[in-house]
Design a protein around this ligand. Structure first.
Ligand code: G3P
Length: 219
């Protein structure tokens, strides 16, 4: 399972990349706006920090402008996955960019039917938003289960399920149980994955007992 971080904060990306466990980055216009940075420069810098795909979203809604924006974003680096909204025009852009060899991440997916359309349009990634579905009293993880099941029935669908709008570690664990290919998580959720009070307690005990031996491994 791949881990992406859902942020445009370069410092956070650098810190998490240093763990060696980060496979990519997703951004969106809201996350970019928070940084106050020029978008194209920021995306280029992110591409230098991580090995894997970096999602950069178009900001128009009509086909021609989205396509031109996507082509410009794709030129920044082969790591770019152009992010397009799940609309008829967005899917048309997806089909064209994918045919040209550009990775496309279709975002704002809230139904299995939309996910089928994205796969047919050749998307590299489909981004169902589990947290936002939960927020409106719908079963976000149920959607992930449906999409994983449907995609598994069609070997010609190569689209990866990228679980987005992840709010807590339970979303990640449930996604992994379902076999989702990728989860994109805010930095705080990734950090929560590492921790357990029994790990801290056990380590403190081991260190205290080791001190009593008076030994060192090195020297
Ligand atoms: O990047 C898309 C998605 O992960 C947004 O998450 O928390 O704004 O619903 P959230």
């Amino acid at each position: 399972m791949k881990f992406f971080v859902d942020t445009a904060d370069l410092q956070e990306i650098q810190d998490l990349a240093a763990t060696g466990l980060l496979d990519g980055v997703t951004t969106n216009p809201s996350l970019v706006a928070k940084t106050g940075r020029p978008f194209l420069d920021l995306v280029a810098e992110i591409c230098e920090v991580v090995e894997g795909p970096v999602s950069a979203e178009v900001t128009a809604t009509d086909f021609e402008t989205m396509l031109a924006e996507g082509q410009k974003l794709a030129k920044i680096s082969p790591k770019i996955a152009v992010k397009v909204p799940l609309t008829p025009a967005g899917l048309k852009v997806c089909k064209q960019l994918s045919a040209d060899g550009t990775m496309v991440n279709v975002t704002l997916c809230f139904s299995a039917a939309q996910a089928i359309l994205a796969a047919k349009a050749g998307a590299a990634f489909i981004s169902p938003f589990v947290g936002r579905l939960d927020d409106v009293g719908t079963d976000g993880m149920g959607l992930i289960a449906d999409i994983c099941q449907i995609y598994s029935r069609y070997p010609s669908f190569t689209t990866e399920v990228l679980v987005a709008s992840v709010r807590h570690p339970m979303h990640l664990i449930a996604s992994a149980k379902l076999g989702a290919h990728v989860a994109t998580m805010p930095p705080n959720v990734i950090r929560l994955l590492f921790g357990h009070p029994l790990t801290d307690k056990g380590l403190a005990q081991f260190m205290a007992d080791w001190q009593k031996t008076g030994q060192t491994i090195l020297s």
